[in-house]
Write a protein that binds this ligand. Structure first.
Ligand code: SF4
Length: 320
C-alpha cells in the first residue's frame, strides 16, 4: 500500500482504546478515541500533546502491547490483532518500543550484556553469533565493550537510554515507538540522544513513531507531526506545512509556546484557560471547546471530523 508515493508501513484505522478508570467511581476512560493515520516507511511521525492526551496509550496499542477496543492497526497491510504464532513473533521483532525512563526498564540486577541478551533469549535466537551482534549494537549506540560488565546503576542517564536503544535495535526492527524517550534527560544529553536517533534512522533505514509532550523536541526530529488532544488526533501535517500554517486552535496555542529567536519572552504566546478535561468524561462536540478561544455553538454539539484540507494536511475543526 502506498500514500503520497511512499510505502505505508503502519496504518491506524479508527483505533479506540477504552478502559475502566482506576478509581472505583470513575467511568470508562476513552484514552484513544477513533484515531486514524498512516506512518510511511522511513519517516519519523511525531506525536505531541499534553500529558494524558492518550499519545503513550496509542503508541502501545500500535504494537499490540495494549489491546484496542475497536478499530484496526495494520503493519504492512496486515491486521496485527489477527496475527498468531510465527507471524505474531515476527511482528514483535519488526516493531519495538523505547520507554521514557531508562532506569525503570533496565533490570538493576542484570549487567548490560545480560540486558542485551534478553531479546535473543525471548525469541530463542540461536542461529546467530549473539555476542558479536551485542558488540555491534554497543558500537552503533556509541558505547564501548567495557560497558558490557556494568550494571544500570553504574551508568549515566544518557548511557542507560543508549542501552535501551541498543536493546530495541537488537532484532533489526523496522519501526520503533519512542515514548517520551528524552524527557527524563538533561537538555545537553537530550540533544546527543536525538542526534543518535537521527544517525541510526539514516544508517539502518528505520521508521519512528516519536511521542513527546514537547513540540520543540518533536519538531527537531519529525518528518510529519500529529497533534493529539484528549484522545483525538486534531491535526496532522508535514513538518514544513505545520511550521508555515497550522489551522487548529490547539496547535496554534502549542506552537506559540515555543520561544522564537529575537522575540521577547512570552510575547505572542496563547495561554489556554482551564484544565484538560477528564478522558472519562470528555466534553460533547469538539473536545477542545471548553478551552478554545474560537468555539461556537456548533463546536459544543458536533464532533469535528479529521479532514484533509490541503494535500497531506489534516485538521479536525469546524472552522475549516
Ligand atoms: Fe475550537 Fe470549534 Fe475548532 Fe473545536 S471545532 S477547535 S472548539 S473552533
Amino acid at each position: 500500500m502506498t500514500a503520497y508515493g511512499k510505502e505505508v508501513l503502519m496504518e491506524a484505522d479508527h483505533v479506540k482504546v477504552y478502559y475502566k478508570g482506576k478509581d472505583k467511581n470513575s467511568g470508562i476512560v476513552k484514552a484513544v478515541d477513533d484515531v486514524s493515520f498512516t506512518i510511511m516507511k522511513g519517516e519519523t511521525f511525531g506525536v505531541v500533546g499534553e500529558s494524558g492526551c492518550g499519545k503513550s496509550t496509542l503508541g502501545r496499542a500500535l504494537i499490540n502491547l495494549l489491546k484496542i477496543t475497536d478499530g484496526h492497526v495494520y503493519l504492512y497491510g496486515e491486521d496485527i490483532a489477527s496475527m498468531k504464532g510465527a507471524k505474531q513473533k515476527e511482528m514483535r521483532k519488526k516493531a519495538q518500543i523505547i520507554f521514557q525512563d531508562p532506569s525503570a526498564c533496565l533490570n538493576p540486577r542484570r549487567t548490560v550484556k545480560q540486558i542485551l541478551m534478553e531479546p535473543f533469549e525471548i525469541h530463542k535466537i540461536k542461529d546467530m553469533d549473539v555476542e558479536a551482534r551485542i558488540r555491534e549494537l554497543l558500537q552503533l549506540v556509541g558505547l564501548d565493550e567495557y560497558h558490557l560488565s556494568r550494571y544500570p546503576h553504574e551508568l549515566s542517564g544518557g548511557q542507560k537510554q543508549r542501552i535501551g536503544i541498543a536493546r530495541a535495535l537488537a532484532l533489526e526492527p523496522d519501526i520503533i515507538i519512542c515514548d517520551e524517550e528524552v524527557s527524563a534527560l538533561d537538555v545537553s544529553v537530550q540533544a546527543q540522544v536525538l542526534n543518535l536517533l537521527q544517525e541510526l534512522k539514516k544508517k539502518l533505514g528505520l521508521t519512528y513513531f516519536f511521542i513527546s509532550h514537547n513540540l520543540n523536541v518533536v519538531y527537531q526530529v519529525s518528518d510529519r507531526v500529529g497533534v493529539m488532544y484528549l484522545g483525538k488526533m486534531v491535526e496532522i501535517a508535514d513538518y514544513d506545512q505545520l511550521y508555515e500554517k497550522r489551522y487548529h486552535p490547539y496547535t496554534e496555542a502549542l506552537l506559540s509556546a515555543i520561544p522564537q529567536v529575537g522575540q521577547e519572552a512570552g510575547k505572542g504566546r496563547i495561554r489556554l484557560e482551564g484544565e484538560v478535561p477528564s478522558p472519562s468524561d470528555p466534553p460533547s462536540g469538539c473536545r477542545f471547546h471548553t478551552r478554545c478561544p474560537k468555539a461556537c455553538d456548533k463546536c459544543r454539539e458536533e464532533i469535528p471530523e479529521l479532514k484533509e484540507i490541503e494535500a497531506g494536511h489534516f485538521v479536525a475543526c469546524h472552522l475549516y
